[in-house]
Ligand binder design. Structure first.
Ligand code: G3I
Length: 369
């Protein structure tokens, strides 16, 4: 394990010890802020903070929001958020369209509020994300077609500005997000920086992030790499090449946007292989979509969802290299998968009314096992 990882682990143990001491001092049943236990969930489902059910990895969730954090206005949501998770990920608050809406203007409103919430509750953030084709404002998307020399300064300034601002509260960054196509080749479409500069800009992005914050763990993040195949092979080869060129890549984020039909039998080996390459791993965006009819899970789906979540948690819990496990939202109330009338959705462990699904008990059982 890298000594940065050692330092982080030691820091984490100190924080966890301090938080546990505080919880013991005031009694686990009362939230640190003294807020009552969330009215919507029965005590049996929440055996105390779920982040205390394991010290194997940090537990996290994405926090719904963008320019503002409307979800934080919801008292029951806030209580669960501050009680059960070590680390929070801004779902949209740090994306270019929100945080850098014009070439010479940044808007840190949503991200600053979330950073303040995390600091006040002894939590850290996973920064998301610095180099991506998604959620680019028109001015940045319009850089497509420009030369590398023209665009790389824009990316450098963005990374230096945003990473430096959240130094100390963001402990892991998704520096590069979804830069690999399903066939294992670099994803260029919609990403003006990669289109102009090729894969060297990914190395530069990691170097600029390291310059701005020497202590944050730097991740490359993608989906559909929970299974063996050309995408995982391409990403693994890219990471090895970039590291040989000096890119300070600390870890691989495995998003884990799954369905009840997902087969995770490859995952333990994948996590072990990445660890053998000296990389940390994080499950960064875990959710499990269920088949729905009239907004209701098809019979059997809630149990299948519980099984898939449990397998995913167990894979991270038992892999030496897996440092954190983050849900892409803990309730359907704000989930990007929503509660569609038909098709797939309702992908999180809690219903929109914050009542737990069978998945929560399965997750807790697995964390404790
Ligand atoms: O904030 C604006 C609001 O001002 C505007 O009125 C409204 C209507 O146009 O749009 C709002 O922005 C939306 C934003 O979510 C906040 O709700 C964007 O249109 C919408 O595209 C954005 O969707 C997000 C999506 O990434 C694209 O950035 C989802 O919430 C988010 O869950 C999803 O998350 C991604 C990860 O970042 C990367 N991995 C895949 C994952 C799921 O797609």
């Amino acid at each position: 394990m890298s000594d940065r990882a050692q330092r982080r682990r030691l820091a984490r143990r100190c924080v966890v010890t301090a938080v546990l001491a505080a919880l013991i001092a005031i009694g686990v049943g009362v939230m640190p802020s003294g807020d009552p236990r969330p009215a919507d969930t029965s005590a049996s489902e929440w055996p105390g903070p779920i982040r205390d059910q394991t010290d194997r990895m940090r537990l996290g969730t994405a926090v719904a929001g963008a320019e503002t954090n409307t979800s934080l206005q919801d008292p029951a949501y806030r209580t669960i958020l501050r009680t059960h998770f070590d680390t929070l990920t801004p779902e949209n608050q740090m994306k270019w369209s929100v945080i850098h809406p014009e070439p010479a203007r940044y808007d840190f409103t949503g991200a600053d509020e979330l950073a303040g919430f995390a600091r006040a509750n002894g939590q850290t953030l996973r920064g998301h994300t610095l180099l991506w084709y998604g959620s680019l404002p028109d001015w940045a998307a319009g850089l497509e077609g420009r030369s590398c020399q023209d665009v790389r300064g824009t990316l450098r300034d963005h990374i230096h500005t945003v990473v430096a601002r959240y130094r100390g509260v963001v402990t892991e960054w998704d520096v590069a997000n979804e830069v690999m196509n399903g066939d294992g080749r670099l994803r260029i479409g919609g990403n003006p920086f990669v289109a102009a500069c090729g894969e060297s800009i990914i190395r530069d992005a990691f170097m600029w992030a390291r310059e701005a914050d020497p202590d944050a763990a730097l991740y490359i993040n993608d989906f559909d790499i929970e299974v063996q195949g050309p995408k995982l092979a391409g990403l693994t080869a890219l990471v090895a090449r970039l590291r040989r060129q000096g890119a300070p890549i600390d870890g691989v984020g495995i998003q884990s946007h799954l369905t009840t039909a997902s087969d995770l039998s490859d995952l333990p080996r994948i996590l072990a292989d990445l660890g053998d390459q000296g990389l940390d791993v994080a499950i960064t965006e875990a959710d499990v979509r269920m088949r729905l009819a009239a907004r209701t899970p098809v019979p059997g789906e809630t149990d299948k969802q519980a099984t898939v979540f449990a397998e995913l948690v167990d894979a991270c819990r038992t892999a030496q290299a897996c440092r954190s496990f983050t849900f892409w939202g803990f309730t359907d109330r704000f989930s990007w998968t929503g509660t569609p009338a038909f098709g797939q959705g309702r992908a999180t462990p809690l219903n929109a009314d914050l009542t737990p699904k069978p998945a929560l008990a399965a997750i807790v059982r697995t964390l404790r096992s």
